[in-house]
Write a protein that binds this ligand. Structure first.
Ligand SMILES: [Zn+2]
Length: 87
């Protein structure tokens, strides 16, 4: 199965699945599928690399510079947003 013949289709599914993949939200079978796909699809591999770089930079800069109360402030803000948004 090759969903990369159409670039438009691939761009859509690869974004969604790459994020799930990087979040560790995929099943073992899906992770395998993504890995196989990344080996054969230059566009998706590039997207994956970029996303990995972004995440590692964000992670590193957070570890270096984030104030100790950042997490509680973010959690507080998320709670506010949830309170403002009707379910
Ligand atoms: Zn692809």
């Amino acid at each position: 199965m090759s969903d990369c013949q159409s670039l438009g289709d691939c761009a859509d599914s690869r974004i969604v699945r790459l994020y799930e993949y990087l979040d560790g939200a995929l099943s073992v079978e899906d992770i395998h599928d993504i890995k196989v796909h990344l080996d054969s699809c230059v566009d998706c591999a590039k997207e994956h690399d970029i996303e990995c770089v972004i995440r590692s930079v964000v992670k590193r800069s957070c570890q270096d510079h984030a104030p100790a109360d950042l997490k509680s402030r973010i959690m507080g803000r998320i709670t506010e947003i949830h309170a403002e948004t009707p379910a």
